[in-house]
Design a protein. Structure first.
Length: 280
């Protein structure tokens, strides 16, 4: 069944044309039934027309897959394959390297430590501020046998915000760019003028001479002042930076989990589409 065949016909500039702005959706009755849908994980190389043919025995039901998942853009609403994803990142951020280095936020890193446990003695030796990152594991007599990282999906916008005086400036620093003393000591500019820089996402120590990685501006660093610090700065072992590349990759991966309308409801969906798209 071709979706566009069901679009209403309208008169536009004295021509009969299909109204491509018309929209449809699944009926409330179908959406309310949890048994109406089947989970599906899109894999690299999958095509929606082939998926439609595999499940509905007709490649013309790609519209039903899009409709079921509220997809409007048949390209960007679907997960991109590796090459398309890298092209998207480069187009959006300028280069893969920039996207993979620029920090978006900081996240509690329990997910990297699910196999790590500590003894009750080690837990008791921790400070009160770090004990909160752990939870007890009990045996069958309800005694604590060890502690593991607590699964908390917390995040903070940045670990630290600093400002520092600069002198001997050559060039102009730009907001958003990375400034570094060396590859291990860097931060990202939030405000800049000829005498002061304000930065966030601070790694290591900013000192001596700094260079802007995009502007190529250079300056000598003077007094450094900490404006704010978050838990990610005070307790850095429990937090990890999430880069723009990480963020985009997670969004793309999440798009792989879709649902398919059960084939039993295919005919009902067709009737709903005909009814909704009927020319009035």
């Amino acid at each position: 069944m071709n979706y566009f065949d069901k679009l209403p016909t309208i008169t536009y500039n004295n021509y009969l044309v299909k109204n491509i702005l018309a929209r449809a959706r699944l009926s409330d009755k179908v959406r309310a039934s949890k048994t109406s849908f089947l989970p599906y994980e899109i894999e690299e190389g999958d095509r929606i027309d082939l998926l439609s043919n595999m499940y509905y025995d007709d490649p013309g039901y790609t519209w039903l897959v899009w409709l079921t998942n509220n997809h409007v853009d048949p390209f960007y609403d679907q997960p991109l394959d590796y090459n398309d994803f890298i092209d998207f990142v480069v187009q959006k951020y300028g280069s893969y390297e920039l996207a993979a280095r620029k920090i978006y936020y900081y996240r509690n890193n329990w997910y990297d430590n699910t196999s790590v446990s500590i003894s009750t003695q080690a837990f008791n030796a921790l400070s009160n501020s770090t004990q909160k990152y752990y939870e007890p594991v009990l045996n069958n007599t309800l005694q604590v046998v060890k502690y593991v990282r607590k699964r908390q999906d917390d995040k903070v916008l940045t670990n630290k915000v600093i400002s520092f005086d600069i002198s001997s400036v050559s060039g102009t620093f730009t907001v958003g760019e990375e400034v570094r003393t060396d590859a291990s000591n860097y931060a990202f500019v939030t405000a800049a003028n000829s005498s002061v820089l304000t930065c966030q996402h601070v790694t290591g120590t900013i000192s001596s001479t700094i260079t802007g990685q995009e502007s190529q501006a250079t300056a000598t660093v003077g007094t450094v002042t900490t404006i704010t610090e978050s838990l990610a700065a005070v307790e850095p072992l429990f937090w990890s930076p999430v880069t723009y590349y990480d963020h985009e990759l997670e969004l793309n991966e999440a798009k792989k989990a879709i649902k398919l309308l059960d084939v039993r409801f295919k005919s009902q969906a067709e009737e709903d589409l005909r009814r909704i798209m009927k020319t009035r």
